[in-house]
Ligand binder design. Structure first.
Ligand code: KDG
Length: 316
């Protein structure tokens, strides 16, 4: 049976300081599993659709525990590989009294060895949707080649795809990001980026102009997110804005992925583009209102958020 979503990328064990809001002074850390693509896979799964996630994990404890975490969310991880390297991690503060500051332990990681041959044609022909991000392009040249290969193959098979620009300045320079990401941000069903990411990749951030330009480049649904502020979109040359529900923001990390997953699930379930993006913004707001990348991801069925959860978030 076809999966609804196939995605691949790096997962990270995120160690969050729990006794102080600074990694420098903390003695205690909580560990959670995260990673942009895995976050999207979990969102789609929580909303009742079938998602499949590929990565290369190290033969280590973090690899084992993260695979178990993702699998416990109902995501199919049967395609993943274990390789002779380490599984990546990130260290951060919770960001409650100070801005979130992150450090990566990922250069040369297991996932950075992902290569085009990992993505068999059958992974794409067996899914309804492919999701990829700029993070996989940033972790290694073979990662970037794999994203290009998967997007090209999906297009040739008529499989819809989404691409999140997801610029990570700690991983590469803006110039390198632009060179790699700009050619990939073409002929994609659903393109997602923040204001600063469009600025780097397209050289401008005027929402209406840049989103319509993305439509002209063959990105049918182009979205510009801006945290909890208005989300701008252009669909087939029509520009619009959506105001996300207001929530008390506890931890915005991961909310962009919940937006993307919620929107993809909505599109796959047959919601209109506007309703799917609105659903995405509700998922994003819910994640921002709770601590951790996955805690606030709503549940649903057949790709649609449960009505009681919708009402709760809207009445906040
Ligand atoms: O979007 C949330 C992600 O940024 C986080 O889970 C970690 O994927 C991550 C990354 O590479 O920064």
């Amino acid at each position: 049976m076809k999966t609804d979503l196939f995605t691949f990328g790096e997962v990270l064990s995120v160690f969050i300081s729990s006794d102080t809001d600074s990694v420098m002074s903390a003695k205690k850390f909580e560990r959670v599993t995260a990673g942009a693509e895995a976050n999207v896979a979990v969102t789609v799964s929580r909303l009742g659709l079938k998602s499949s996630f590929f990565s290369r994990f190290g033969n280590d404890q973090l690899g084992s525990v993260m695979l178990a975490d993702i699998q416990a969310e109902g995501v199919d991880v049967s395609l993943t590989k274990r390789v002779d390297s380490f599984t990546a991690a990130m260290v951060r503060n919770p960001g409650q009294t100070a801005p979130v500051e992150i450090s990566y332990l990922r250069k040369g990681s297991a996932a950075s060895t992902i290569e085009p041959a990992d993505i068999l044609d059958s992974y794409l022909s067996d899914t309804r949707w492919l999701h990829t991000t700029g993070i996989t392009c940033a972790i290694s040249q073979s990662g970037a080649a794999t994203v290009k290969h998967a997007l090209t193959k999906a297009a040739s098979l008529g499989i819809k795809a989404s691409f999140d620009l997801n610029l990570r300045r700690k991983l590469w320079s803006e110039a390198d990001a632009k060179k790699t990401l700009q050619p990939l941000a073409e002929n994609i069903e659903f393109l997602i980026g923040g204001e600063d990411e469009y600025q780097v990749v397209f050289g401008r951030s005027d929402a209406k102009k840049v989103l319509l330009e993305a439509n002209n480049r063959g990105c049918r649904i182009a979205v510009m997110t801006k945290g909890d502020q208005q989300m701008r979109y252009a669909i087939d040359g029509e520009y619009g804005e959506i105001t996300p529900p207001k929530v008390v923001a506890v931890d915005p990390v991961g909310s962009g992925d919940a937006f993307t997953g919620g929107a993809i699930a909505g599109l796959l379930s047959g919601l209109s583009e506007f309703d799917a993006l609105t659903q995405g913004s509700i998922c994003g707001a819910s994640v921002a209102s709770m601590f951790g990348d996955w805690t606030g991801i709503p549940t649903g069925s057949t790709g649609v958020v449960n009505e009681d959860i919708l009402q709760k978030i809207r009445s906040n």
